[in-house]
Design a protein around this ligand. Structure first.
Ligand SMILES: [Zn+2]
Length: 185
């Protein structure tokens, strides 16, 4: 990306923050975490975030505040720009999959539910109940363990393996239909 944040520009902005909040708040370890949270942004986005933090924070912002600000920044960007940053996870609850797990606090029974975030709300095709706050008494919500979804874990008899058969059948039907209407049968 042309406007990609550089380490040099990052350091300049950190200097600005230090001048406001003091140097101690931006130790090497914290700066490393802040860099990790923002390194994929454009320099403009990072500057906007720093402006916002300087304007609104009474105390020195923590790496977590930067991570939150990055999420807010990406959310507010038009879609075209969002595509420049598809690696930023907007919802930590479902990891932007729209689906979470609800795990019973006592029973440890696990259910799948739709997340309350934007992705979850738009996932009307997923026939799962949506999380509501009252579930929290009984369930703990957490992201799905996506390692379970690795393709090598698929059962070869899983329906997905039969999709090619369905496609072939559909093509054969289309051919037969065309031939019929063309009067070839
Ligand atoms: Zn979500």
């Amino acid at each position: 990306m042309m406007d990609q944040l550089t380490k040099n520009y990052f350091d300049i902005q950190i200097d600005r923050l230090e001048s406001v909040f003091g140097e101690r708040a931006f130790s090497g370890e914290r700066c490393k975490l802040i860099w990790r949270a923002v390194e994929r942004l454009s320099w403009k986005s990072f500057e906007r975030i720093c402006d916002h933090l300087i304007a609104s924070c009474r105390h020195a912002p923590l790496p977590k505040d930067f991570a939150d600000a990055v999420r807010a920044e990406i959310k507010n960007q038009p879609r075209a720009q969002k595509e420049d940053a598809p690696y930023v996870i907007l919802c930590e609850c479902c990891l932007d999959s729209g689906v979470c797990q609800a795990r019973g606090r006592r029973s440890e029974q696990v259910y799948f539910i739709r997340c309350t975030c934007e992705v979850g709300e738009k996932s009307h095709h997923i026939e799962l109940p949506m999380w509501v706050d009252t579930f929290a008494d009984v369930f703990e919500r957490r992201a799905i363990d996506h390692t379970e979804w690795k393709p090598n874990r698929f059962d070869p008899n899983h329906p997905i393996a039969s999709i090619q058969d369905k496609v072939n059948l559909w093509r054969a039907k289309m051919r037969a239909s065309k031939a019929f209407w063309a009067g070839e049968t």
